[in-house]
Design a protein around this ligand. Structure first.
Ligand code: NAP
Length: 461
């Protein structure tokens, strides 16, 4: 309902044909780009500048006047000037009284100043209505028209009418305004363009840590051990064999880590008998980056598929196959078909294919363009039910890979189990606990807790 109404708002045509003049202070990169876009959208634009000379860079059709003259021509003034020069506005306080000042500025560092640039502007020009907007749009994107990735414009301000006026301009430029509330939100909006993938930090660091650990683990088991005990040089395993071990291990562990916080949250809620107590901070943060964890896991699973596809063309594999055939010929002995092994090998591949297919499906449904088109129940069905099914298939794929080798002593080199065995610990734990949580004696109270029931109500009637 909300979604539709906001779309209708965004598409609503402007009933008045004549657009109001907009003033832009500053003829720098951003001022000119915004002016260019506004003229294209039918707004008369007047620039306020220290120099009133028209240069070839100024968008065609725009006027360039002194700050005082330009301010008198418009009710909305966009301040396309760096914060450190805002002092020049103080002598203009009287002219700017009652005008809407749009702060578009950004900083070089997160929380660079004690107050946001917009709040600072409001302090310098107390009679003006300051609105924060446009800071997340780049001059280059405005000029070149490549705004696909940044159509959203965060807007905030204390004066509702002023905010509406700015939001109307945003819509007229073909962008989508997102009302962020009062001017207090400006600090957050100014920090936004400085963020470097905040949700990806934990998944990427975790994958890097796990990848390094498993790389050295496999190096010890698969390269150093044969070198020490059998004097065999398998150092070339570093190129394909070891990465093709690490990728599925990481994919499986990270996929399990997507579902582990949900299981932990359920245990905490059951233990506390309420959903109205906050989870620990680390669990909250973990839950927030589950999508990113899942996507990194999918990337590793895709790499595993690619590495697996090249196995038949590897020199080592071709050499090993031909050596086995030659040795059978020389010994005049053919190995009979072992149906158990055939079953294990085919089941292992089949589980991998199905698991990867569902994994890709999960990845696709997490794309905003897809998730925006399904309702909450459909989204939960895919991410939870299909997600667990993916985890079951991928865990089974790894278990079957182990097959008969699980208990074989040769699997333990220097008492170290095969790396894939370690990768099974977290997924198996998650699946076992999830299975236990399905039992009605736990599922029923958990469902009630999630619907608001409390074991020891805080506020009893
Ligand atoms: P810019 O190219 O350096 O232009 C700034 C303009 O400010 C100058 O062209 C100048 O205009 C004016 N100015 C400079 N010193 C001044 C002073 N002492 N007193 C009065 N005016 C002065 O900077 P910009 O890239 O256009 O950025 C302008 C603002 O937009 C900044 O706050 C920036 O954070 C924000 N912004 C920029 C982008 C972007 O992609 N560039 C994106 C989002 C937000 P006149 O010569 O005409 O006076």
């Amino acid at each position: 309902m909300d979604k539709n109404s906001s779309n209708i708002m965004a598409l609503a045509p402007n009933t008045s044909n004549k657009r109001e003049t907009v003033c832009i202070f500053g003829t720098g990169d951003f001022g000119r780009a915004l002016g260019h876009k506004m003229i294209q959208s039918g707004y008369p634009v007047v620039f306020g500048s220290r120099s009133t000379q028209i240069s070839s860079l100024i968008p065609k059709g725009a006027e360039v006047l002194s700050h005082t003259e330009a301010a008198q021509k418009a009710a909305i003034i966009i301040i396309a000037i760096q914060r450190q020069h805002y002092n020049f506005l103080m002598p203009l306080t009287e002219i700017l009284h009652g005008k809407v000042l749009v702060d578009v500025s950004n900083n070089l560092k997160i929380n660079e100043h004690p107050e946001s640039n917009a709040e600072y502007l409001a302090q310098l020009v107390p009679g003006a209505k300051v609105v924060k907007a446009f800071n997340t749009v780049s001059a280059w994107a405005l000029q070149s028209g490549t705004l696909d990735a940044s159509r959203q414009v965060f807007v905030c301000g204390d004066d509702m009418e002023a905010k509406q006026m700015v939001m109307n301009i945003v819509r007229a430029l073909g962008l989508t305004p997102l009302d962020q509330g009062s001017l207090l939100a400006a600090q957050e909006i100014e920090n936004y363009p400085l963020r470097l993938f905040p949700m990806w930090k934990f998944p990427v660091l975790l994958s890097f840590g796990l990848a390094s650990f498993f790389f050295f683990y496999c190096l010890i088991r698969n390269v150093i051990y044969p070198y020490v005990y059998e004097n065999k040089d398998f150092s070339f395993f570093i190129a394909i064999s070891i990465p093709n071990r690490i990728c599925p291990i990481l994919a499986l562990i990270l996929l399990a880590l997507v579902y582990l916080p949900g299981v932990l949250a359920a245990i905490i809620q059951l233990y506390r008998g309420t959903k109205y107590h906050r989870f620990p901070d680390w669990l909250d943060k973990w839950m927030l980056c589950r999508k990113q964890l899942g996507l990194v896991a999918l990337a590793f699973a895709s790499l595993h598929v690619l590495y697996t596809l090249v196995i038949p063309i590897r020199y080592f594999v071709r050499w090993r196959t031909s050596s086995q055939i030659i040795s059978q010929v020389l010994n005049n002995k053919t190995e009979p078909l072992d149906t158990t092994n055939a079953w294990l090998s085919d089941s292992y591949v089949a589980l991998g294919i199905l698991g990867f297919f569902l994994f890709v499906l999960l990845g696709i449904t997490s794309l905003p363009s897809v998730s925006n088109n399904v309702n909450w129940r459909e989204f939960r069905f895919v991410q939870s039910k299909l997600g667990y099914l993916t985890l079951i298939l991928c865990t089974a794929h790894t278990l079957v890979y182990g097959g008969k080798r699980f208990l074989s002593p040769s699997s333990y080199r220097w008492y170290l189990p095969n790396a894939y065995m370690l990768s099974l610990i977290i997924p198996c734990m998650v699946l076992i606990v999830k299975f236990v949580l399905i039992f009605p004696c736990l599922d029923k109270p958990l469902t009630r807790i999630r619907q608001g029931w409390e074991r020891n109500p805080q506020y009893s009637e």
